[in-house]
Design a protein around this ligand. Structure first.
Ligand SMILES: NC(=O)c1ccc[n+]([C@@H]2O[C@H](COP(=O)([O-])OP(=O)(O)OC[C@H]3O[C@@H](n4cnc5c(N)ncnc54)[C@H](OP(=O)(O)O)[C@@H]3O)[C@@H](O)[C@H]2O)c1
Length: 297
């Protein structure tokens, strides 16, 4: 409503178009109320592009289509996520939370980065992480943590993917030193959304219990979304790696461990090699992550 062109990257184009209709209706209502600061468009500038983050082929196609569209890119918000799903391996052979929440977004960031660098303006990558990352440790031998399946733990798999986003942020911040592009993670807090649909196989009791708790005490979707939007458009460029409620937030020692960050970076690049352009891959693989270990502050 401030006038930016927003592309909704959705796995269902139909749902995306329905969202655009809803947002345009809300825009009309805001105009009628006389809300200050709105742009003066008849309809908001929005479009839908298809993207399934659980498929690297789809993610690759999205990247190519976006580049071919000739549009510039100033802000990339990596918000999509699945949570607490039953065990599932994607078509690419990766654990679902690992791919949909972390790996697919990493590919987007890596390949769309040059587009953001090219325009020379204040550009931002915002990864929607979670306080749930605090549940996770880091095991360099089991980064996807999927074996054996008998020990599959939904909370840990979700939490790991959110931890990896923070670790990626630290390494990309090093890569982007002195660049016009900044990167940060945000934690929206407890928000009443559809996030627990992954628990659907536990039955309606679980779903309704969550709904009642969420309804009584969680943030609304609007309140949750303001955290990402603030990081995306606030005049104060987000310099910290992790924000909670628009303030610099506490994040785990594990996420700040440089040795872990390097392991994850190398592992991620190996996973993505077949889907990454060689120029991008070489840049990310050869960049000097610094020799020292220990923790970031
Ligand atoms: N809700 C909370 O309390 C909370 C707390 C901390 C962090 N977060 C984070 O906030 C972000 C948004 O979650 P939410 O709470 O808004 O949950 P949500 O209502 O379930 O929304 C998740 C979105 O991700 C999309 N998505 C899932 N898998 C996808 C895929 N493979 N490809 C493309 N899109 C996919 C879904 O699309 P479809 O509509 O097609 O399913 C949906 O629009 C997530 O990253 C989550 O980890 C949420």
């Amino acid at each position: 409503m401030l006038g930016a062109t927003v592309i909704l990257a959705c796995r269902s184009a139909e749902n995306g178009r329905m969202a655009i209709d809803t947002i345009n209706k809300e825009y009309e209502e805001e105009k009628k109320k006389g809300t200050p600061g709105l742009c003066d468009y008849d309809k908001l500038s929005m479009d839908v592009m298809e993207l399934d983050l659980a498929s690297l082929a789809s993610t690759r196609k999205f990247i190519n289509d976006y580049r071919d569209s000739g549009r510039p890119l100033h802000v990339l918000i990596c918000n999509a996520g699945v949570a607490m799903c039953p065990p599932e391996i994607t078509e690419d052979g990766y654990e679902l939370h690992f791919q949909a929440n972390y790996l697919g977004h990493f590919l987007l960031c890596a390949e769309l980065l040059p587009l953001m660098e090219a325009n020379g303006q204040d550009c931002r990558i915002v990864l929607v992480s979670s306080f749930m990352h605090l549940n996770s440790g880091f095991d360099s031998k089991r980064i996807q943590g999927i074996y054996p399946y008998t020990l599959y733990n939904r909370i840990i798999h979700y939490s790991n993917s959110k931890l990896y986003q923070i670790m990626q942020t630290y390494t990309m911040k090093r890569l982007l030193q002195n660049s016009n592009v900044s990167i940060c993670c945000v934690n929206p807090g407890w928000v009443y959304t559809d996030i627990v649909r992954g628990l659907g196989d536990y039955g309606t009791l679980m779903y309704w219990s969550y709904s009642i708790v969420a309804w009584t005490g969680f943030k609304t979707m609007y309140q949750g979304a303001t955290v990402s939007i603030n990081a995306a458009v606030s005049p104060d460029k987000p310099e910290a790696p992790y924000y909670t409620n628009n303030r610099v937030g506490y994040h785990s020692r594990t996420s700040r461990n440089k040795d872990h960050q390097k392991h994850l970076w190398t592992y991620t690049l190996e996973c993505l090699k077949p889907f990454m352009e060689s120029e991008t891959w070489n840049r990310l693989a050869s960049f000097n992550m610094g020799g020292e270990n220990g923790n970031d502050n």
